[in-house]
Design a protein around this ligand. Structure first.
Ligand code: GDP
Length: 445
C-alpha cells in the first residue's frame, strides 16, 4: 500500500536536499510534482487541489524557519497536511448513554463488512464488552453463515434469522436484535447489512430502513482501499443515502495506490475510525492519521529526527543565533565550534547533517564530516588562540604550522578547515542579508 506514492514523494524530497533555501519557484515546482504524485495515487482531484493549495501557502510562509533545512520544512508540512487529510486526531467510537450501543455497518458487497463485523466484535470483547453480532445481510447467500463462523472464532454471539422461519426481512431482524440484546445484557450490537456490487436505490433504501429501525449510535461505512477513483462516488452515495458517522478502510494490506484512503475523509466529512489489514480477525486496529501519514512518507526516522532537531535546538540557542545574525555580528570559528559540539551532542553526525540552524547552509562543508573528521576539526580549532578564532585572517603560514603541530594534523587539514569555514561564514553573512540587514548583515565595529 502507498508504495508508489512513498517512492515518488521521497524522490521529490531528495531533490530539495541540496538546496540552501527555497525560492517561490522551488515551492511551485515541488508542489506540482506532489500534485502529480497524489493524482497518480488515485487521490480525488478536489482533495488534491485543496492539499496543494495549503502546501504552497505554508511552504512560502515557512521559508525563514531556522531549525530545519528546506527539505525538512517541506517534509514536515506535507506530513502535517497528510495527517489533516486523514482526519487529524484519531476518534474513538461513540457509545450510547443507555446500552446497548448500536453500530451499523454499510458498504458495497465485498468491501469487507462481514469480516469487519467479526474483527470489531473481537476487539470490543477484548476490551470487556459483551457484543452481539447481527446478521442482516440476507442477500448474499453465504453471509449469515460467514458471520456465524466469525462469531464463533471471536467468541461472540450471533443473532440471525432462523432458516426457513419466514423471517427474511432484515429490518425486522435488526429490530428484534435490539430487544434480544437488552434481554441478554449485550452492551454493543453490531449490525451487518447487505451490500451490492454497485450502488443501487433498493440497497440504499434497505440500509436506511434498518437505520431507522435500530437508531444507531454509529453508522460505519466500510470501504475497500483497493478501489481507485470509484471510491469518491461510492462514499458520496452512502453519505447521502444512509448518512454515515465514520469510515473503516479495509484491505489496507493490499498493494493498491491508496487514493481511496486519502480521499474518503474529505469526501464524507467523517473520520476514519479503524483500519483493516488482512483476512484474519486480529488484522485490525484503531486508525491513527499521524502513523498512516508517516507510513505514506516512508520516513518515520526522518520525522523523528526532525522533531528531535526542533527540540534539541532549544529556544535559548535559537535566540542567541538569531540575535547574532540580526545584529550582524560576525560568525566566528568559536561559533562554528559551538555548533559542531551541539550537533555532536545530538547523536551520530551522519544522521544529523544540516539539522542545526545555519548548519543547513553549511551542509556541503559538513557533508564530509564523519565522526573522526569531527574530532580533527575540534582539535584544530582548540589549538587556536582566542584571537585567531575570532579573526582567522591573521592565520599566516607559521601560525597554521603551529596549529597543525598542536592538533596532530597536517597543514593541509588546517587549510581545508579554514576554507570550509570561510565559505560557511560567507553564507551566514548572506543569511543576515536575507533578513534585511544592510551591508550583508555585518555591523561596523
Ligand atoms: P462483505 O461482502 O462486505 O461482507 O465482505 P467480506 O467481509 O465478505 O470480505 C470480502 C473478501 O475480502 C473476503 O474474502 C475477505 O476475506 C476479504 N477481506 C476482508 N477484509 C480484508 C482485509 O483487510 N484484507 C484482505 N487482504 N482481505 C480482506
Amino acid at each position: 500500500m502507498f508504495d508508489t506514492l512513498s517512492d515518488r514523494l521521497s524522490g521529490i524530497f531528495s531533490k530539495l536536499r541540496s538546496k540552501g533555501r527555497l525560492t517561490d519557484a522551488d515551492v511551485d515546482a515541488t508542489a506540482r510534482e506532489i500534485r502529480l504524485a497524489l493524482l497518480e495515487a488515485d487521490v480525488a482531484l478536489p482533495v488534491v487541489k485543496a492539499f496543494i493549495f495549503r502546501l504552497k501557502e505554508r511552504a512560502r510562509g515557512a521559508q525563514v524557519s531556522q531549525a530545519l533545512n528546506p527539505a525538512q520544512q517541506i517534509i514536515k508540512i506535507v506530513h502535517e497536511e497528510l495527517v489533516a487529510v486523514l482526519g487529524g486526531e484519531a476518534r474513538r467510537l461513540q457509545f450510547a448513554k443507555q446500552p446497548p450501543t448500536v453500530i451499523m455497518l454499510a458498504g458495497l458487497q465485498g468491501s469487507g463488512k462481514t469480516t469487519l463485523a467479526g474483527k470489531l466484535a473481537r476487539w470490543l470483547k477484548a476490551q470487556g464488552n459483551q457484543p452481539l453480532l447481527v446478521a442482516c445481510d440476507l442477500q448474499r447467500p453465504n453471509a449469515v453463515n460467514q458471520l456465524q463462523v466469525l462469531g464463533q472464532r471471536a467468541g461472540v454471539e450471533v443473532y440471525a434469522p432462523e432458516p426457513g422461519n419466514g423471517t427474511g426481512d432484515p429490518v425486522q431482524v435488526a429490530k428484534d436484535s435490539i430487544e434480544h440484546a437488552r434481554r441478554h445484557m449485550r452492551d454493543i450490537v453490531i449490525v451487518d447489512t447487505a451490500g451490492r456490487l454497485g450502488i443501487d436505490t433498493e440497497m440504499m433504501a434497505q440500509a436506511a430502513a434498518i437505520r431507522d429501525a435500530v437508531n444507531p449510535d454509529e453508522v460505519i461505512f466500510v470501504i475497500d482501499a483497493m478501489v481507485g477513483q470509484d471510491a469518491v462516488a461510492t462514499a458520496e452515495a452512502f453519505r447521502d443515502g444512509v448518512g454515515i458517522t465514520g469510515v473503516v478502510l479495509s484491505k489496507l494490506d493490499g498493494d493498491a495506490r491508496g487514493g481511496a484512503a486519502l480521499s474518503v475523509r474529505e469526501v464524507t466529512g467523517q473520520p476514519i475510525l479503524f483500519a483493516s489489514t488482512g483476512e484474519k480477525l486480529e488484522d485490525f486496529d484503531v486508525f491513527h492519521p499521524d502513523r498512516m501519514a508517516s507510513r505514506i512518507l516512508g520516513m518515520g526516522d526522518v520525522l523523528t529526527l526532525i522533531e528531535q532537531a526542533e527540540q534539541a535546538f532549544d529556544e535559548d540557542q535559537k535566540e542567541k543565533m538569531a540575535a547574532k545574525l540580526l545584529g550582524g555580528e560576525q560568525f566566528t570559528l568559536e561559533d562554528f565550534l559551538d555548533q559542531l559540539i551541539a550537533v555532536r551532542r545530538m547523536g551520530p553526525i551522519a544522521n544529523l547533517l544540516g539539522m542545526m540552524p545555519g548548519m543547513g547552509q553549511m551542509k556541503d562543508q559538513l557533508a564530509e564530516l564523519d565522526d573522526s573528521h569531527f574530532d580533527k576539526v575540534t582539535a584544530i580549532i582548540r589549538s587556536m588562540t582566542p584571537g585567531e578564532r575570532t579573526t582567522p585572517k591573521i592565520l599566516n603560514g607559521s601560525r597554521r604550522a603551529r596549529i597543525a603541530r598542536g592538533s596532530g594534523v597536517t597543514v593541509t587539514d588546517v587549510n581545508q578547515l579554514l576554507n570550509r569555514f570561510e565559505q560557511a561564514q560567507k553564507m551566514m553573512k548572506q543569511m543576515g542579508g536575507m533578513m534585511g540587514l544592510p551591508g550583508g548583515g555585518r555591523r561596523k565595529a
